[in-house]
Design a protein around this ligand. Structure first.
Ligand SMILES: [Zn+2]
Length: 321
């Protein structure tokens, strides 16, 4: 067995494990439910036992493991390797995750936030392979992001950069939980699509396929809106297009600042495929400056939900390889 790094992606529902060899190829993977009700101790125990199980299953001895990379929701103190808090696990407060997992496995370990890990995963093994400057946008409940420049994650001077979801796209716009108003994620996330469609139904009493869906399910999601749009529903088309035009505002702003080779789109909303990229490219071209030709490419992520765990392992290679 060649040398490997272990990636562990801590999510609110699942903990994912992966082995990545030196050529950045996947050498094994495992997924376990997150025992969130067992608190930090139970979660850490599962992270250690899952990694051990995967090594045993793949016949890898501890001596062949170069390092462990963890991707975790945050905020995090990266220097100290500590999870300050996470939205999905309320008792995860000031948990020294890096050292507890690393000591448990007896292997050097590095911690990274999950959005950055996913960006690194796409850069090393996914759509971003071969690029120099790559930005990833994850379109889900919010808009997450990660920036890779010349192989390195850009985190800013205080470790809190690379938050494209909180670019202000509408001064004095909708209140964001971060404390600002008019953040991109209030307008361009999967949740924003659903929220806007619902507002159009409730405020304007407009006729739409979604009225029946909302009545039946009690709620809407971005996939419902896209499905109705595909069936020719005007209200759904308006909600979808509004979100994507805001997303294009974000993409143009990112392009002005970083001139990336590629902006990669991931998260639940990226499952819409061409229904996302085609109108996004159209709005991007409409908003893009004309003093130079458009060079930045907009494309879908290719690793899906595995980007985070692969990037976490890749981060260990970068740190310890
Ligand atoms: Zn915000």
């Amino acid at each position: 067995m060649s040398r490997v790094c272990i990636g562990i992606d801590l999510g609110g529902t699942f903990i994912k494990f992966a082995l990545l060899d030196e050529s950045m190829s996947l050498a094994g993977a495992l997924q376990l439910p997150t025992p969130a009700s067992a608190g930090p101790d139970g979660v850490i125990e599962t992270m250690i036992s899952g990694a051990t199980e995967l090594l045993d299953r793949e016949g890898v001895s501890a001596g062949d493991v170069v390092g462990v990379g963890i991707g975790s929701p945050g905020p995090l103190d990266l220097d100290a390797g500590v999870v300050i808090g996470t939205p999905n696990m309320s008792d995860f407060v000031n948990v020294p995750l890096r050292d507890r997992v690393g000591d448990g496995l007896g292997i050097q370990t590095v911690l990274e936030n999950d959005a950055n890990a996913a960006a690194l995963g796409e850069y090393l093994c996914g759509s971003g392979k071969g690029t120099d400057v790559m930005v990833m946008l994850t379109l889900g409940t919010g808009v997450g992001g990660g920036i890779v420049i010349a192989g390195n994650l850009a985190r800013g001077a205080h470790g809190i950069g690379a938050e494209p979801g909180h670019l202000i796209v509408e001064p004095d716009g909708e209140q964001c939980p971060c404390g600002q108003r008019g953040c991109l994620e209030r307008y361009a996330s999967a949740s924003a699509v659903a929220r806007y469609a619902r507002q159009l139904i409730e405020r304007e009493n407009r006729k739409s396929i979604l009225t029946e869906v909302l009545g039946r399910k009690g709620d809407l999601d971005a996939a419902d809106v896209n499905e109705a749009r595909r069936a020719g529903d005007d209200l759904a088309a308006e909600a979808w297009d509004r979100a994507i035009s805001y997303l294009a505002v974000g993409c143009v702003s990112i392009t002005r600042l970083l001139d990336p080779d590629l902006i990669v789109l991931g998260g639940g909303m990226a499952k819409a495929g061409d229904d996302l990229t085609e109108p996004l490219r159209r709005h991007f071209t409409r908003l893009h400056w004309t003093i130079d030709t458009q060079k930045t490419v907009l494309a879908l992520a290719s690793l899906g939900n595995d980007a985070g765990v692969i990037g976490a392992a890749g981060n260990a290679w970068k740190q310890f390889g």
